[in-house]
Design a protein around this ligand. Sequence first.
Ligand SMILES: N[C@@H](CCC(=O)N[C@@H](CS)C(=O)NCC(=O)O)C(=O)O
Length: 53
Amino acid sequence: MAITLHHCHQARSMRSFWLMNEIGLDFSVVVHEFGKELRATSYLATNPLGRVP
Ligand SMILES: N[C@@H](CCC(=O)N[C@@H](CS)C(=O)NCC(=O)O)C(=O)O
C-alpha cells in the first residue's frame, strides 16, 4: 500500500515525517500551506477536518 503524508511546514506532521523516515517506510509527501489550501474541496475530500496529522 502506498503511503502519502500530507504535511505543512512547522506542523506536527513533521513528527510523522521524522518517524516514517526513521523506520524506513516508503512514502510520498504532499506539502500544503496553512489556511485556504486546507479548506479546499479537494483536500476536504481527503480529510474532512481540514487538518494535517
Ligand atoms: N491530529 C488532529 C489535529 C491535527 C492538527 O490540529 N493539526 C494542525 C497543525 S499542527 C492543523 O492541521 N492545523 C490547520 C489549521 O488549523 O488550519 C487531526 O488529525 O485532526
